[in-house]
Write a protein that binds this ligand. Structure first.
Ligand code: DLL
Length: 433
């Protein structure tokens, strides 16, 4: 089922016209209503009249997280505070958080794109959705809530945490759909087994997982553990929350709802668009938002994009899974390291589970050291020392071949690494720089 069929299957030529029409209006709207943006556009030498269609978008300046922080809390809003019906805050770790706000129409838009997400994942009328994303200032919980409400599904607003209760809800009410972070879903599988339940007998048959990076091997692990279809949902608070893009049941890229969120993929260093299919930073313009519309927002998420048709019939371009971030890159001894590269290596090795943590440290006057803690099967862990160290060496060699720096690997018992009910913490940086 396609939620907004007329829009989601629109011929690309018509889609382009719609995007053009919307961009022209948007630039005028922002220029007239947001003094900070007016100044930004004036400085870049662009006036609304210069924007005649979507192809003129590259004339516009980028918006960055820094702009949001510099004008915290309300500077980038195009509507007065009295027009806001809800606010959320993004989960930044340093400095001021980012405030985002919604008018009543923005909430309608959010409900619409989230209903598209649910349908894309395979939800049908009559489904129950166990929503185990956190409710609160984080956008995950309420985003899914509004989507399920819009679609007329039955929402179980479980929020995150209280794992035993989550499992009881599943057993008692038998929801077919689960929404939560992928790492929390795996954690629940462990807990279920601990309680003597067989996750494969559980009621969840469709999972909608996002808010943190996860790889194909991790998807396999989840699908095997729960006997479910695991789909990827992407979004960010600054743009709307969850609901920017979603995989359909073919799991061949995330359909990006580009009639409302116009995507560009750029080279993060030069800012120039990259050819279709190449990796680059995803940049999004919110074409129809009212409270805090953004022009060319730099997400810092790395993806590639294709506009080839999908078997499901949706026409909007699809992105790959998120391949990394321009800023969660850690620099170790001058080398750029992405946690996702390490996950990829680890999960290609048998007996390794997607629970790992990179610990980076620098002893006085010494080089940075990277230790990778990796959880292994009980079976492997109780193996002879010789076999354990052979496995450690294998992992170390494969990672070193990719990163070109020395690392140490420590295999640890199942459940040693702290679990998260929300976004997993993959990197512990102990360097005091
Ligand atoms: O995480 C919104 C969300 C909620 C998305 C629930 C999906 C499900 P923020 O807290 O602002 O918003 O974090 C946004 O999380 O820029 C990505 O780096 C990362 N992220 C979100 N979805 C995915 C995903 C929500 N599917 C930041 N894969 C984004 C990889 C993701 N990373």
């Amino acid at each position: 089922m396609i939620w907004n069929e007329a829009i989601e299957t629109m011929p690309l030529e018509d889609l382009k016209n719609l995007q053009s029409e919307r961009l022209v209006k948007l630039v005028r709207y922002i220029y007239e209503r947001c003094p900070v943006y007016k100044q930004k556009l004036d400085k870049a030498g662009v006036s609304p009249g210069d924007i005649q269609g979507i192809e003129d978008i590259t004339k516009l300046p980028f918006t960055t997280k820094l702009d949001m922080r510099d004008h915290y809390p309300y500077g980038l809003f195009s509507r007065p505070q009295s027009d806001l019906v809800e606010i959320h805050v993004s989960s930044g770790t340093t400095g001021n958080p980012t405030l985002v706000g919604y008018t009543r129409d923005d909430l309608k838009l959010w409900g619409d794109v989230m209903a598209r997400v649910l349908c894309c994942a395979g939800a049908k009328p009559g489904d129950f959705v166990q929503n185990a994303y956190g409710y609160g200032l984080f956008t995950g919980g309420l985003g899914f809530h509004y989507g399920a409400l819009e679609m007329g599904l039955t929402i179980i607003p479980a929020s995150s945490g209280q794992t035993k209760r989550q499992l009881k809800i599943m057993q008692d009410f038998k929801p077919r759909i689960l929404a939560c972070t992928p790492s929390y879903c795996l954690y629940m599988a462990e807990e279920a087994k601990e309680l003597g339940l067989d996750p494969r007998q559980g009621s969840w048959k469709i999972g909608i997982f996002g808010a943190e990076p996860w790889s194909e091997p991790m998807r396999n692990e989840i699908e095997q553990a729960w006997d479910m279809l695991a789909t990827d949902v992407y979004g960010l608070s600054e743009i709307i929350g969850p609901g920017v893009s979603q995989e359909c049941t073919y799991k061949d890229g995330l359909h990006l709802f580009s009639d409302v969120f116009y995507p560009e993929i750029i080279d993060p260093d030069s800012g120039v668009p990259v050819p279709e299919g190449s990796n680059g930073e995803l940049v999004i313009t919110t074409l129809t938002k009212q409270a805090i519309p953004l022009l060319r927002y730099r997400t810092r998420d790395i993806v590639s994009m294709t506009s080839q048709p999908c078997r499901c019939g949706r026409t909007s371009p699809r992105t790959s899974k998120i391949k990394g971030r321009t800023d969660d890159m850690i620099i170790v001894r001058g080398i750029n390291v992405f946690p996702s590269q390490i996950e990829h290596v680890l999960l290609g090795i048998e007996g390794i589970h997607p629970h790992y943590q990179l610990v980076i440290d620098r002893k006085a006057h010494k080089l940075d050291e990277v230790e990778i803690m990796v959880e292994v099967d009980e079976k492997i862990f109780s193996d002879e020392i010789k076999r354990m160290s052979a496995l450690e060496q294998k992992i170390r060699k494969e990672i070193e071949a990719i990163l070109s720096i020395g690392v140490s690997v420590k295999l640890v018992e199942p459940k040693t690494i702290q679990r998260s009910e929300g976004k997993a913490k993959r990197v512990v940086d102990k360097r005091s720089i």
